[in-house]
Design a protein around this ligand. Structure first.
Ligand SMILES: [Zn+2]
Ligand SMILES: [Zn+2]
Length: 253
């Protein structure tokens, strides 16, 4: 895999990366809908978090905007690939299973820190104009996952560059980042409470609840999948933060 990747030309890497990101986005989005709209209701488990209706044309808009992000991520993957070609970064040769597992764990934590920092910046008054597009989805759907302004896509999409300059990662650990990101991102944008009876903040599956609250309230809960960054910086929202908005909608005739 390592040699195959290094042997590709720049236009091949862009094409394969576009196919990779597109498959992740539409594949995981469809799987998410299957689980939350069909499987879970059939099993009688879980519940919708925000019952308010979607905005007009919301899912089509989210997918069109996400297609642009897929293109940007695909074309942008020529940057880490160029780092490898120029010798600025290297890929591990024959990494052990333990090395790959440890690298993935480190990248999961780094991804949280990187996302939190960039997301917090996107909520400052200088950058929020680039983030409001993502927040047009007040009630989230699986198609919101890549629905970014190009500036936001570039900010979030550079997550691998710094780690690659600091350490020779295995190709599998690097490829795992878009994969676990889209899984976490789908949970966050599922609008579905997978663990309605569990402690509301402790479990990682409750990333769905935390990110739903972020979209419903706008301020607070800037983390991606795990709550540790919001707890560290005091930006965690209380579990009932969106109750008033949702109840207000329920009272409308
Ligand atoms: Zn936000
Ligand atoms: Zn979101």
């Amino acid at each position: 895999m390592r040699d195959t990747l290094l042997g590709l030309s720049w236009h091949q890497i862009m094409l394969w990366a576009c196919i990779f990101f597109g498959s992740l986005y539409w594949g995981m989005g469809a799987l998410n809908q299957l689980i939350t709209h069909h499987l879970m209701p059939a099993l009688g488990h879980g519940r919708t978090l925000d019952p308010r209706p979607l905005g007009p044309g919301q899912q089509a808009r989210e997918q069109t905007q996400s297609a642009l992000s897929v293109l940007l991520f695909g074309v942008g993957s020529v940057v880490p690939w160029s780092f490898l070609q120029w010798g600025w970064a290297r890929l591990a040769v024959n990494p052990s299973g333990w090395q790959i597992a440890l690298e993935v764990a480190v990248l999961v934590v780094w991804n949280e820190v990187h996302f939190y920092a960039n997301h917090w910046l996107l909520h400052t008054r200088w950058l929020r104009r680039f983030h409001l597009l993502h927040h047009r989805s007040v009630v989230v759907t699986p198609w919101s996952t890549y629905c970014f302004h190009p500036v936001e896509a570039l900010m979030l999409g550079n997550v691998l560059l710094l780690p690659m300059l600091l350490h020779d990662f295995s190709v599998w650990a690097l490829l795992s980042v878009p994969v676990f990101s889209i899984v976490f991102n789908n949970i966050g944008h599922s609008n579905f409470d997978f663990l309605p009876d569990a402690d509301r903040d402790r479990w990682w599956l409750n990333g769905a609840r935390r990110h739903h609250l972020h979209h419903a309230c706008y301020h607070g809960n800037f983390g991606f999948m795990f709550p540790f960054m919001d707890r560290l910086f005091g930006t965690a929202l209380p579990p009932d933060a969106a109750q008033a908005q949702i109840a207000r909608h329920g009272r409308k005739p």
